[in-house]
Design a protein around this ligand. Structure first.
Ligand SMILES: *Cc1c(COP(=O)(O)O)cnc(C)c1O
Length: 388
């Protein structure tokens, strides 16, 4: 199929839910992508933080291929090594006690919501089910995770939404104002990705953690986007030394295959019992084999490199004319300019650079192993586009 046919058939047969950019991505290697016309792009989007070691990564492909040659799917009625190995590694690296695997970030968060509610029900009985989330948060597209998302624009069309969510500013006074004897959990993103790469204040998060501990309210960190080395920490809560009760992750974990994980720490490790939750595809052996190969490579050396590359990006982005601010942590970066973000993204595409947007900001989520020369090429294009 040629490019125009793909685009016209896509418009005809795919649900209209995506405002796609006008390129057809065909293949790639590392931080480079090629479209159907053979045009080269530097990839600072990684499929929204998914292709965390770039495209066509040899180590990841080998792990995935080995598993494809064994068995492609094992339902959760039986044991299989890849899921067990990945869960063990996640627990060893984080101190979590149990992991539930789904197929996406939204599913990981659904599991977190269910776990928090059942933890409270088991211990305190009926009625203590409210979860405080933050204004400008994003937790997914299912009805429950949309309900958890603290942005009015997501609370349209699909009513009735799920009851029991309260939206707080990222301040202790507003948390306290939203807290009642019905509160069972607080859910936060340490860096809010979708709403503009907003880094939450560490002092606030530490106080929130103590507030939750004193009241036996579970602290849930949604690390769907921030997780798996993206911020220069294995999980972003580590940057502030937090001890959450539940951590969810997805995007980068599978290295390109769909996976989501809900990690439960001491308090709620045994909250979910046989029959309480489940999924057909969750913990797929190929996705888990890929995930294991990714997770075991995220060591301190790599994390320091991510911190260094992030700092280098930020320093040079701040020097660009018309850049109003640069936010973020590690290789999760938001750029505020005086131009509409979509316009910047379109102009970058034209010049061979793929970037994302997040509300009014341009967002960069490059591969963790992006090379210095590729960062410089990306900066050059961003400079041309933004300073013009
Ligand atoms: C992307 C994202 C989600 C939703 O993940 P899906 O895999 O799209 O379901 C949830 N939370 C955060 C913080 C995200 O960035």
């Amino acid at each position: 199929m040629d490019k125009q046919n793909i685009i016209s058939d896509d418009k005809e047969y795919i649900a209209n839910t995506y405002a796609r950019y006008g390129i057809v991505i065909k293949e790639g290697k590392g931080s480079k992508l090629y479209d159907a016309d053979g045009k080269e792009y530097i990839d600072c989007a990684t499929g929204i933080g998914v292709n965390i070691f770039g495209i066509n990564d040899e180590e990841w492909k080998q792990a995935v291929n080995e598993q494809i040659n064994c068995v492609q799917h094992v339902c959760n009625l039986y044991y299989a090594e890849p899921q067990t190995k990945l869960a063990k590694l996640l627990c060893e690296k984080t101190g979590a006690k149990k992991v539930f695997f789904g197929n996406s970030g939204a599913e990981a968060n659904e599991c977190a919501i269910k776990t928090a509610r059942k933890y409270s029900l088991d211990k305190y009985g009926d009625g203590r089910y409210e979860i405080i989330t933050l204004k400008n948060s994003f937790h997914g597209r299912t009805i429950a995770t949309l309900s958890a998302t603290g942005q009015d624009q997501f609370h349209k069309y699909f009513a009735p939404f799920v009851d029991g969510f309260k939206y707080s500013q990222a301040t202790m006074s507003d948390i306290i104002a939203n807290y009642t004897d019905k509160t069972c959990a607080v859910m936060v993103e340490v860096v809010q990705g979708e709403s503009g790469v907003n880094v939450l204040d560490g002092e606030f998060l530490k106080r929130l953690e103590s507030f939750c501990k004193e009241r036996d309210i579970l602290l849930i960190c949604d690390e769907v986007q921030t997780g798996n080395g993206r911020t220069g920490y294995l999980y972003a809560y580590e940057a502030y030394g937090l001890k959450p009760d539940i951590v969810t992750t997805a995007k980068g974990l599978g290295g390109g295959l769909p996976i989501g994980a809900c990690m439960m720490f001491d308090k709620c490790a045994n909250t979910l019992q046989a029959g309480d939750h489940g999924t057909t595809f969750g913990g797929n052996p190929i996705a888990c084999a890929g995930g294991y190969s990714i997770l075991k490579r995220i060591d301190n050396k790599l994390l320091l490199e991510v911190q260094g590359k992030g700092a280098y990006f930020k320093e040079n982005l701040s020097k660009i004319k018309n850049v109003k601010s640069v936010s973020g942590m590690g290789l999760m970066i938001g750029i505020e300019t005086d131009k509409p973000a979509r316009e910047v993204a379109e102009a970058c595409l034209e010049k061979g650079l793929i970037v994302l947007t997040a509300h009014s900001k341009v967002r960069l989520l490059p591969p963790l192993n992006i090379k210095k020369g590729e960062i410089d090429e990306a900066l050059k294009i961003l400079n041309e586009v933004i300073s013009k």
